[in-house]
Design a protein around this ligand. Structure first.
Ligand SMILES: [Ca+2]
Ligand SMILES: [Ca+2]
Ligand SMILES: [Ca+2]
Ligand SMILES: [Ca+2]
Length: 638
């Protein structure tokens, strides 16, 4: 999916920066439709499309789009896309209405921070729940944060705008700070036309988030609303708001959990001043199209103490042509670039690295996955790295995972790989051979068994086939993670794949069997990362997989006309692609999907995730890094 978007958004590439995951994303409905290989003028759905009434014009214009054009999206000018992506004329009335409603919700969002009238936004007969429920339950409290959950009260719906005015006023009265600090955001994740009523009405399911500063705190409110709209007028107006769920977080401005120290840790280095401190948007506007940044988003970092002084150091992979960087931590916490002195300022297209002791001599060695190769470098006297091996891999390596799978005391390495060849034309909806929801034409992942001898000469051998990891091994893999999920003392392996099913390989004395289909762990979606923890403390390791969330995807895939000629099972799989991240609770023989009940599915466009106990209370917290292209315009999608 990510590679196909490269074709869609021609001149925009991004990589996740070391400083933070990116927030606001470019994506519009048309992109979701394109990446799943369904245009709004999908010929298989055209009959239904024509039957729909046009909301602005009773005779919808049928546009003749040459399907070939949709395969070379990058060649079509933005203006032309606007012409193609016009839901008011292409039979997708629900998308037209969602766009209209979205504009109105944006206006409502402005009223949290600025005075203004509700008249253009609501009907005269409006009824709403209190937007902040009157009964709040404290569910978490420490010195940094309090979290309240709203209790549902069925009898709170009141006619008139008083509940709405009250909420708007309460925020306007206590908020401080600039507009950059305060946001009200809406995502329409479901839309339904009312067919029963004589009036023209539709209902949207909306995710609402509000965050703003007060003198002492930062307040965040997250809610899901059911909003009923009246579409009699030129613009739809809100007729009813029901609050389906609500929670509120208050965090102290003085007792912050994290402070961004990237600049103070790195700014003594030239590479920070000249390259790393600038965001990707800065470089995008200065580089030629596709100038070596086309793998956007995937170069990783690894952490380890390479010089043995007890302080963790950082190795940063970079895009081809930019040297990888090794930063050694000084005692005062700042970082010093020693890439050249340590001999690891490699210019290869580096994707991922691991710092670990591969020869068991007590110092930390380095493995780097570059395109087509796995490079292993030996730590020499804790003063430099000396390349020891270059192992051939599939072309588009994505990530590395190390574990001693055969319990011989030596760390082995699993390498994930993505597309078969570095050939952007062969993937995505542009290619008729590509099965978006169940792709089996990706590159092979490899297991390298560590065969380093006691003499210390590093040696690895490809053991993929002999251990059975060649089964179901042609998927588009982004990430893998080892864990002994069945508590039998050996390391099992989970692999997160884009475009479809994931793998759970059970380790039986060094041989592997993919048991994902039998354990409810396939999580068929756009898998990008995997992390394990025993979040419910029952002694069994649970699984969290990051995928992609799309508001437009959620809306569109629930419509009757979406792939109307396809069976429900496959339609369901497409719906799953828009749902987001997945939490799978280990119940012994199988796993239960707890994503929705635990409230952890909406992680936006989630490239990475990690269970980590941030506040040392022995409960695993969850961090999700998300983002894509930073857009000036909020689309409300991802
Ligand atoms: Ca070593
Ligand atoms: Ca081993
Ligand atoms: Ca095991
Ligand atoms: Ca558990």
């Amino acid at each position: 999916m990510k590679n196909f978007l490269r074709q869609v958004i021609t001149s925009n590439y991004i990589k996740l920066r070391i400083t933070k995951a990116l927030g606001t994303l470019v994506a519009v409905t048309v992109i979701f439709l394109c990446i799943i290989g369904c245009t709004k003028n999908d010929p298989s759905d055209s009959t239904q499309g024509e039957q729909r009434s046009n909301p602005t014009n009773n005779s919808p214009k049928k546009k003749n789009i040459n399907p070939d054009e949709l395969g070379v999206i990058s060649k079509i000018k933005a203006a032309k896309w606007e012409e193609i992506d016009d839901p008011s004329e292409d039979g997708w009335e629900t998308e037209f209405l969602a766009n209209q409603a979205n504009k109105q919700l944006k206006e409502l969002g402005n009223l949290f921070f600025n005075e203004g009238s509700l008249n253009d936004l609501v009907t005269s007969g409006i009824a709403t729940d209190p937007l902040t429920p009157e009964s709040l339950e404290l569910i978490f409290e420490d010195k940094n944060i309090t979290v309240h959950k709203g209790n549902k009260n069925e009898n709170q719906l009141k006619k008139g705008t008083q509940h709405l005015e009250k909420e708007l006023n309460s925020v306007r009265q206590i908020r401080t700070g600039s507009d950059d600090d305060n946001h009200a955001k809406f995502k329409i994740i479901g839309i339904k036309k009312e067919t029963e009523s004589a009036q023209k009405k539709f209902t949207t399911e909306v995710l609402f988030s509000l965050n703003f500063r007060t003198e002492k705190n930062v307040i965040e409110k997250h809610a899901s609303w059911s909003v009923q709209w009246d579409e009699e007028q030129e613009k739809p107006k809100i007729d009813k708001i029901r609050v389906l769920s609500f929670n509120q977080t208050t965090s102290s401005q003085s007792e912050k959990i994290f402070t961004d120290v990237t600049g103070s840790a790195l700014d003594s280095n030239d590479c920070y001043k000249t390259q790393l401190s600038y965001g990707m948007n800065h470089w995008l506007s200065r580089l030629p199209v596709r100038a070596m940044l086309n793998r956007f988003g995937t170069p990783g970092i690894s952490i380890g103490d390479v010089n043995g002084d007890g302080l963790e150091d950082i190795y940063l992979c970079q895009e081809p042509g930019l040297p990888n960087r090794l930063f050694i931590q000084r005692k005062n916490g700042t970082l010093m670039d020693v890439s050249a002195e340590w001999g690891v300022d490699w210019l290869e297209d580096s994707r991922s690295s691991i710092i670990a002791d591969f020869d068991n001599d007590g110092d930390q060695d380095l493995a780097v996955a570059v395109y087509g190769m796995l490079l292993i470098a030996k730590n020499d006297q804790q003063k430099r790295f000396v390349p020891a091996m270059a192992l051939k891999t599939s072309w588009s390596t994505a990530s590395l995972a190390a574990a001693d799978y055969d319990k011989d005391g030596l760390l082995d390495l699993y390498v994930c790989a993505y597309v078969q060849e570095d050939n952007g034309e062969s993937i995505g909806a542009a290619n008729n051979q590509f099965v978006y929801h169940d792709a089996e034409n990706g590159a092979s992942n490899l297991l390298f068994k560590n065969e380093t001898t006691e003499s210390g000469k590093l040696s690895f051998a490809n053991a993929t086939e002999e251990v059975g990891l060649n089964i179901n091994n042609h998927r588009w893999s982004f990430a893998a993670s080892w864990e002994d999920f069945d508590n039998d003392g050996d390391q099992d392996l989970y692999v997160a794949n884009d475009y479809g099913r994931n793998n759970l390989y059970r380790n039986d004395s060094g041989k592997f069997t993919d048991i994902a289909a039998n354990t409810n762990t396939e999580d068929s979606a756009s898998g990008m990362s995997v992390t394990w923890a025993d979040y419910d403390r029952d002694g069994r390791m649970d699984l969290y997989v990051s995928n992609m969330f799309s508001a437009a995807g959620n809306r569109i895939t629930e419509q009757q006309q979406f792939k109307s000629k396809t069976n429900n099972k496959i339609r369901g799989r497409f719906r799953r692609f828009a749902r987001g991240n997945t939490l799978l609770r280990n119940i012994g023989s199988s796993f239960e999907d707890k994503s929705i009940s635990a409230g952890v599915n909406m992680g936006r466009w989630a490239w990475g995730s990690n269970f980590v106990d941030l506040n040392n209370d022995s409960l695993a917290d969850l961090v999700v890094a998300n983002g894509y292209l930073t857009s000036k315009e909020e689309t409300g999608d991802l």
